[in-house]
Design a protein around this ligand. Structure first.
Ligand SMILES: Nc1ncnc2c1ncn2[C@@H]1O[C@H](COP(=O)(O)OP(=O)(O)OP(=O)(O)O)[C@@H](O)[C@H]1O
Ligand SMILES: [Mg+2]
Length: 261
């Protein structure tokens, strides 16, 4: 962890979380501290419990053992400070871009003028100006995910939980969205927890990478990414720390999934 991140107060503290589904222990004694304004990526083999861990951070599921705190308060239900972005966009096909972005705020009964303002701001931020009245089926995968991101950002979240948000788009769009997310995050410095299967994506985005192993889901290693910001995809790939870090994480991933090199 960088000295500056360590100096900040912890935003999210997960302590000794375990979660069972029937006889299956999905998470085992997961302890994790995420600092204010930190960008943390969760990486690990399929089924190791990344989504389950994210849901405990968002208060959607409660751990069987251990606890999660946000700003020092125990999480027992989805907190207002957090917003979630999923892999499958989660858009309503019968609502326009604006209506999709507005939806959580309408549920929250925010005043309509405030909603309009926030919707406009978020749509501009993700580069969807001009598409406010479009329906999702008229949008590319990348644009749909921009709507998902705008919907989360419009809430002004302090904690942004992103579960494989770029896994459903093509490789080019994925890099574009990574660059856009980085530039938004450089401006606002929300605390971000981002799940990915891609080592490259994790190194590009994260301050720290939490590598998990499966059966049961546990934290295997936590790596600092010693690559200065602002970053571009090119600057990350050129950095001398990139290849050695990539190789170490790759080895962890093989260990974590139970496979040998
Ligand atoms: N509601 C549920 N009931 C029973 N088992 C579940 C439930 N949700 C998840 N699981 C199981 O828990 C384990 C972890 O699932 P989870 O979705 O958290 O993994 P993941 O790391 O996000 O996987 P992926 O990379 O494929 O998204 C898996 O074995 C899954 O089948
Ligand atoms: Mg998952």
């Amino acid at each position: 962890m960088t000295a500056t991140a360590q100096a900040r107060p912890p935003k999210v503290v997960a302590t000794g979380i375990s979660k069972w589904y029937g006889a299956l222990e999905v998470l085992h004694n997961v302890t994790l501290e995420i600092h204010q304004g930190e960008f943390v990526c969760l990486l690990g083999p399929s089924g190791c419990g990344k989504t389950t861990l994210m849901r405990t951070l968002d208060g959607l599921i409660l751990p069987d053992e251990g606890s999660v705190q946000l700003d020092g308060a125990l999480i027992t239900s989805p907190p207002r400070q957090a917003a979630v972005v999923f892999q499958q966009f989660g858009l309503f096909p019968w609502k326009t871009v604006s209506q999709n972005v507005a939806f959580p705020m309408v549920l929250d009964r925010l005043p309509p003028t405030q909603i309009d303002e926030k919707v406009k701001w978020a749509i501009d931020l993700v580069g969807l100006k001009g598409f406010e009245a479009a329906y999702p089926d008229r949008l590319s995968g990348g644009m749909r995910q921009r709507v998902g991101i705008a919907r989360a950002l419009a809430l002004g979240p302090e904690l942004l939980l992103m579960d494989e948000p770029f896994a459903s788009v093509d490789a080019y769009t994925r890099e574009l969205l990574q660059a856009e997310l980085l530039s938004i995050w450089e401006r606002f410095r929300q605390t971000v927890v981002f799940v990915t299967h891609s080592i490259d994506e994790a190194i590009t985005l994260a301050d720290r990478i939490v590598v998990m192993k499966a059966k049961p889901g546990e934290v295997l290693h936590i790596y600092d990414v010693p690559i200065e910001r602002p970053r571009t995809i090119a600057s990350v790939r050129r950095h001398p720390a990139y290849e050695p870090l990539r190789a170490k994480i790759w080895e962890d991933m093989l260990t974590g999934s139970g496979r040998e090199m």
